[in-house]
Design a protein around this ligand. Sequence first.
Ligand SMILES: *[C@@H]1O[C@H](CO)[C@@H](O)[C@H](O)[C@H]1NC(C)=O
Ligand SMILES: *[C@@H]1O[C@H](CO)[C@@H](O)[C@H](O)[C@H]1NC(C)=O
Ligand SMILES: *[C@@H]1O[C@H](CO)[C@@H](O)[C@H](O)[C@H]1NC(C)=O
Length: 365
Amino acid sequence: MSNLPLYTTMALTISLILVALVALTIQVFYFSPIDPVLLKIPSPLSSNSSTKNNQLQNVIKLGEGFLKQPEDVCVDHKEGILYTATRDGWIKRMVRNGKWENWKHIDSSTLLGITTSKDGGLIVCDTALGLFKVTEDGFSVIVSHANGSQLIFADDVIEASDGNIYFSIPTTKFGLHNWYLDVLEARPHGQLLKYNPISNETVIVLDDLAFANGVALSKEEDYVVVCETWKFRCVKHWLKGINKGKTDIFIENLPAGPDNINLAPDGSFWISLIKVTSENMGFVHTSKVCKHFVALFPRLVNMVNRVTKSAMVVKVDTEGNIIKKFGDNDGKIISFVTSAVEFEDHLYLGSLNTDFVGKFPLQNA
Ligand SMILES: *[C@@H]1O[C@H](CO)[C@@H](O)[C@H](O)[C@H]1NC(C)=O
Ligand SMILES: *[C@@H]1O[C@H](CO)[C@@H](O)[C@H](O)[C@H]1NC(C)=O
Ligand SMILES: *[C@@H]1O[C@H](CO)[C@@H](O)[C@H](O)[C@H]1NC(C)=O
């Protein structure tokens, strides 16, 4: 090359760079696992320093070291027993005296939402197999298929007093471990399903939800609420009364993505919020090219996704107003809080980033 004229060398170099860029672009678009649209992320203003709330740093750590990423918690009110499902496939429980025990083992690392069942025992979501019923006697699958297809990614569940079981499928396109691709794609693939144990049928209640996550029933069971994580809102679907069959927005413009939701004793709801994007990475969601790039490189996903860096829970009244807000802004003590359950003046917090359940006193908070 040394005796080629300078301009030829330059032209060659530029051509090579162009070819490389074109190849890279083709590669990015051809191999991209997503077909994205743009997404509006809430402005980080809502967490300005003067409104920082770090009250969750006062949590008491229950079962520390014994509970591997306890995503969801529920309470058997009659017995005062707290249950959680951990990544090692255990349903663990804390009895009245504060002692934790291994209760039942299901061979799975993907147990998510759990709820108490009216006739005793628990209903547990497993992203691989569907819904389990777990009792003193053991466990069995209650819903594994819908219309002949295996259920994948059952996420959260609630049982109504008529026996119907409502549960969410965040995304029918991506699995649990690729959930962030659903955020990047920003097309709604989530569903709220209802299983009727009498007819043994599963029907779609709501389709095209934006990452259908937590599910809760109102105190009167006249509506069911389901959270749409990357739309930063929750919707309510009426089950009774003149609005039966209608769907309204329950709360929107949440400061972060709603995860699980649980009914509070006073009829309002506790919602845990996860920060789906770090503040300086918001631009990724406004560019399709960036989305394709990030989707291809797991390391980039970890830079953009910020769920493990902070914690926030809000209490929302039946009108959809935030009436309480607690956080651990920098995730110093607790982060990635996925569920908040109120029982006897305390909040019990599940998390996918801890080895304990957080216990937060509500009196004076
Ligand atoms: C931060 O929040 C406080 C309280 O809501 C508000 O008064 C203040 O103007 C906000 N600051 C900025 C920079 O937005
Ligand atoms: C419920 O339906 C499934 C198929 O969808 C079937 O495998 C199962 O045996 C049925 N259960 C009962 C109790 O009828
Ligand atoms: C199964 O098919 C029935 C009839 O087409 C439909 O109403 C129901 O929503 C379907 N359920 C699921 C989970 O797709």
